[in-house]
Design a protein around this ligand. Structure first.
Ligand SMILES: *Cc1c(COP(=O)(O)O)cnc(C)c1O
Length: 422
């Protein structure tokens, strides 16, 4: 299998090259040259299911012989489907070591990069993040020998738990607090990637959500969950997916196009209205992002949109529901006796509640629960007035010591730090 750019002007490459590169050189995003057909065995557990489902993506690639090991190393925690007292189903994606679905993508990507790198000259994943990605990437990189991780985050702009989940990982992970805001961190990362000497010296690579290495495991778990529900009910479940960069939202669309038993897909967004406007008008107009309480979805220009419109209109059929902060809060409060949603998952639960009744009852639906509510206790506790207990994985993070470096927001400071040994 070869991988081509959504913009069509970059050469086709192997999967390994697409994972190593992140974006294509023409600025587009990689997709398989031919869309594979879903190979589904409902009897398999998740790691084996994923290896079979993703087999065609790896066909002919140097990583192909390692695919089962990659899946076994990535899918080390369960995906669970919780049935609520009223019959709704929550697709719980937060049972990984950092409590959010980003663990799936980060672990799979790191399993791949660790095999593509060379211990004598490791790859460096550089990530500017304040949210779930940084913690998941740091955790997934800990203890590896051929890939290391450098996480940039803004000083004083992350919650105490967020800071802890960015700074608690051991070598080869480094957390760097930048004396600036999130835009400064992103500018710094971009400047590093644009600097040929630094890119080469550090073997820089990225872990952002456009990486095909993050997309594939998300396709696999969506297909796995759909297959379980199909086996139980004989129907293709609908999915309601809270969306920012369209990572697992696109993964669900693609898995359905491959033939996985997936019904309608509803994308739930926060007040960042780019996708809702596109769905309503057909015009895609990226905007500056605005801050909401579902902050992992504060995206004004969803990076995977380019992949979505690369599909045929019939295959990419989705609906989009915009959920305001007020509606997210109301949904958390309305459901709290039965189920405590994180703000992102609450946006999905609200979008599900707004489906016309006939549509809601004609088939099973899976509402994606993307993070454990504890991660967003600063939003939820003041609302409900009740303390949220840390689940074991997140309590374990809190008990780890934390370490960080601090730099001014300029490239020479970053370069000086990274070119000396930790
Ligand atoms: C990243 C994230 C999202 C949005 O996912 P995308 O793949 O960017 O659409 C939703 N919820 C949580 C908790 C997240 O961390």
């Amino acid at each position: 299998m070869r991988f081509v750019s959504t913009r069509g002007t970059a050469p086709a490459v192997t999967l390994s090259a697409a994972i190593r590169a992140g974006a294509a050189p023409d600025g587009g995003l990689y997709l398989p040259e031919q869309r594979p057909t879903a190979d589904i065995d409902p009897a398999l557990p998740l790691p084996e299911f994923a290896a079979r489902f993703l087999g065609p993506f790896f066909a002919g690639d140097p990583l192909a012989p390692d695919l089962q090991a990659i899946c076994s190393g990535a899918f080390t925690f369960p995906l669970e489907i919780a049935t609520l007292p009223d019959g709704r189903r929550a697709l719980e994606l937060f049972h990984g070591p950092t409590g959010a679905f980003k663990d799936f993508g980060a672990r799979f990507l790191m399993e791949c990069l660790d095999r593509l790198g060379d211990p004598a000259h490791p790859l460096t994943v550089l990530a500017a993040t304040s949210g779930d990605t940084g913690g998941a990437v740091g955790c997934a990189a800990e203890g590896r020998s051929s890939v290391r991780a450098v996480i940039l985050y803004p000083k004083g702009r992350v919650s105490p738990f967020q800071e802890h989940q960015l700074t608690c990982w051991n070598a080869p992970v480094r957390a760097i607090e930048v004396d600036g805001d999130f835009d400064d961190c992103q500018r710094l990362a971009k400047a590093a990637f644009a600097d040929p000497a630094m890119t080469k010296a550090l073997n820089l690579t990225s872990a952002n959500s456009i990486s095909i290495g993050r997309l594939m495991p998300q396709m696999a778990y969506v297909a796995f969950a759909a297959t379980r529900i199909f086996a139980e009910t004989g129907q293709n479940p609908g999915f309601v997916i809270p969306t920012g960069n369209l990572g697992h939202g696109f993964a669900a669309v693609y898995a359905r196009a491959m033939g996985a038993p997936i019904g309608p897909i509803v994308l739930a967004t926060n007040q960042n209205r780019t996708l809702a406007d596109w769905a309503a008008t057909g015009t895609y107009q990226p905007r500056a992002s605005i801050a909401t309480i579902a902050n992992a979805m504060d995206v004004g220009a969803p990076s995977n949109f380019e992949r979505l419109i690369a599909l045929d209109p019939a295959q990419r059929d989705v609906s989009v529901e915009l959920v305001t902060d007020e509606a997210i809060k109301a949904r958390i409060l309305a459901d709290q006796a039965d189920y405590l949603w994180c703000p992102h998952s609450a946006a999905a639960a609200e979008a599900h509640a707004r489906l016309p009744k006939a549509q809601r009852t004609e088939r099973p639906w899976l509402i994606a629960a993307t993070a454990h509510p504890y991660k967003f206790a600063d939003v939820i506790e003041p609302l409900t007035g009740k303390a949220i207990e840390a689940p074991p994985a997140l309590a374990a993070i809190l008990s780890r010591p934390s370490h960080k470096d601090c730099i001014a927001p300029d490239l020479s400071a970053l370069e000086a730090l990274l070119t000396v040994p930790a």
